[in-house]
Design a protein. Structure first.
Length: 508
């Protein structure tokens, strides 16, 4: 977007662009979200920034009226695959908090000086400033949503000391942490959960199709995940321990994240990964507008506005799930994965305090195991996985390579680097790379043309007429793929599919 496109967005207070850029007002020294209700400043008094960190670095402070940090993030870090976007994904996943700028630079293949120069040119701030802005955003969310002590908030947000936390919050928001909490409490009702837990609201841009919960539910592994049409629960291994959480569609404009247990050093990373899993930073109106321009997709988009692209909580786990599910049905893959999960480490949930705890849904179900680590899979796969020996051997090879560190990939990759890492492995082809690009990287423009369910979805639309690759809706073909998968899964009465007995293959 150029200057005048952005200026028109702030003049109309278009909330779709909240979090996608920031408006700084020279005459007041503050920066705002595009939908800020304050009077539109004169063009000569305005400058725009890609990130809030860039606004901080230029000497601006956050608007106390619109709270520009309290918005969904930008989808640009998934749309773009350049160094800046890869760095932002890794910063949001906590890499700088854990290993500092050298770890980030090393993961991206640059020197710290080169990386600082690239990020300053592209985003207006260096890696430390970008990490500081991410910490400030997490801290603000914890201050306004929880009753955590200020010291716990500081360390959960990734700060190294309470003093650093106090200085950053005061610099960014022009308020002390206590003042920020008191101001927010006067605006919003607090969110309460069972004693001993944290409950956070994760905002998104409307519309939001809750069908992503059903997508996860039909693929949920018994004992590892619990899911239905409005909620998803599991335990997840993170760098500092195991997190146990539940996500629910309980309100409009946000999902509710109930955290039953987590090491505070992993809290920011958990929030980021849940946001990625549910695609909460996407711009659904822009995506739906582009998809509906294709006549074949106009009706499905109108029926299901705000369809989301499911992400991944753990890249290595997603590779295993994708490889198990190749060429078999969703139900068969779920059965196979349930068998594999027997070698996962046992999990014992820490129950909330019984005297004050609210009853949790799924009380009759329990999370009993963690998804197996690659080392455990490499050891036990032959005895737990039935089916073609070639598939078992390929999975065992991939698990061993992940366990040894030989196969290394993650959120900071691009589709190209992901392919370079995965394709040399036996049993991994272009479909798997494309699928992981969608799920792990959030790549928005993947179209799996050879996928059986995609072909069935096209038939449900009335045949193969037109461009079978849907290039006209680029760069949102991953979302076109999701619509086609949804159509393929519908009963025959709801589609025009010529072969109702043909089942869609598993997709992660």
């Amino acid at each position: 977007m150029d200057f005048w496109q952005r200026y028109r967005a702030i003049d109309t207070r278009d909330a779709r662009f909240d979090g996608q850029f920031y408006t700084a007002v020279k005459s007041t020294g503050i920066y705002c979200r595009p939908s800020c209700p304050a009077r539109t400043p004169k063009p000569e008094n305005v400058e725009f920034f890609e990130t809030s960190a860039a606004a901080h670095e230029s000497g601006y402070r956050a608007c106390k009226r619109c709270l520009p940090e309290a918005v969904p993030g930008t989808p640009a870090w998934n749309v773009r695959s350049d160094v800046a976007a890869r760095a932002m994904r890794l910063i949001n996943d906590g890499l700088v908090n854990d290993g500092g700028v050298p770890a980030l630079a090393g993961r991206l293949g640059y020197s710290t000086r080169q990386l600082g120069r690239i990020l300053s040119q592209e985003l207006g701030a260096g890696p430390l400033a970008l990490a500081r802005a991410a910490r400030a955003q997490t801290a603000r969310q914890l201050l306004v949503s929880t009753g955590m002590s200020l010291a716990d908030v500081a360390f959960a947000a990734g700060f190294n000391s309470v003093r650093q936390f106090n200085e950053t919050i005061s610099a960014v928001f022009d308020k002390t942490p206590g003042q920020l909490r008191a101001t927010a409490s006067a605006r919003w009702d607090p969110v309460h959960g069972p004693a001993g837990t944290l409950t956070l609201r994760l905002p998104y841009r409307e519309p939001f199709d809750p069908g992503i919960f059903s997508f996860l539910a039909v693929r949920a592994i018994p004992g590892v995940e619990i899911a239905d049409a409005t909620s998803y629960e599991r335990a997840l291994v993170l760098p500092h321990g195991v997190a146990h959480f539940r996500v629910s569609a309980t309100g409009r404009g946000y999902l509710e994240l109930l955290i039953l247990s987590v090491d505070l050093k992993d809290l920011h990373r958990l929030i980021t990964r849940v946001r990625r899993l549910f695609d909460l930073d996407s711009d659904p109106q822009a995506i739906d507008t582009a998809l509906a321009a294709d006549p074949r997709l106009a009706a499905p988009v109108a029926d299901v506005p705000g369809l989301r692209l499911p992400g991944a909580l753990d890249p290595q786990e997603m590779l295993v799930r994708a490889m198990v599910g190749q060429q078999i049905t969703v139900a068969a893959a779920r059965t196979a994965l349930a068998g594999l999960s027997a070698c996962g480490a046992p999990f014992e949930a820490s129950a909330p305090e019984p005297a004050t705890a609210m009853p949790l849904p799924h009380a009759e179900q329990r999370i009993t195991r963690l998804f197996p680590a690659p080392s455990s899979l490499a050891e036990h796969l032959p005895e737990l996985l039935r089916g073609p020996a070639r598939r078992t051997a390929a999975l065992q090879s991939a698990a061993a390579a992940m366990a040894s560190g030989e196969l290394d990939f993650g959120f900071g990759d691009t589709p190209e680097t992901l392919g370079a890492a995965l394709l040399p492995q036996p049993g991994i082809g272009p479909w798997t790379v494309g699928y992981l690009s969608m799920r792990v990287l959030g790549a928005p423009d993947v179209f799996l043309a050879g996928d059986a369910a995609v072909r069935n979805g096209i038939r449900a639309l009335g045949g193969d007429a037109g461009d079978p690759a849907f290039t006209a809706v680029s760069p949102w073909r991953s979302y076109a793929t999701m619509h086609l998968w949804r159509l393929a899964a519908l009963p025959r009465a709801a589609t025009t599919s010529a072969n109702p007995e043909r089942k869609a293959p598993h997709h992660g």
